[in-house]
Write a new protein. Structure first.
Length: 108
């Protein structure tokens, strides 16, 4: 499981029948910054994830990859490798809040 930031979306009008109607997001995994453990930093990677929760651009989300992506009732029959399983409200490390979702943190 990873913390990731939603940085975009993918529109594919032609896709296999089981994928029709599923929202696709571009997500960028984050990790704890090695120099400053009070902030998150990008891993430099991006993935396309299926979203069944309604996350938006700018949201931090929880994602799973591989076979775990097909363990939710909504995704068990889909040919996917990454899914959003939660929208993050806050992240704390060593009793320090390093992320907190305030109101609607989505970017326009």
């Amino acid at each position: 499981m990873f913390v990731a930031k939603v940085t975009g979306s993918v529109v594919a009008t032609q896709k296999v029948a089981t994928m029709r109607g599923h929202k696709l997001l571009v997500v960028e995994p984050y990790r704890l910054d090695q120099q400053n453990r009070r902030q998150l930093t990008t891993t430099g990677r991006t993935f396309v994830a299926v979203d069944t929760l309604g996350a938006g651009i700018g949201d931090f989300v929880l994602i799973v990859q591989g076979s775990s992506a097909r363990f939710t009732p909504e995704t068990q029959q889909l040919p996917i490798d990454c899914v959003v399983i939660g929208i993050v409200d806050s992240v704390s490390v060593d009793k320090h809040a390093i992320y907190h979702r305030t109101g609607d943190s989505r970017e326009e």
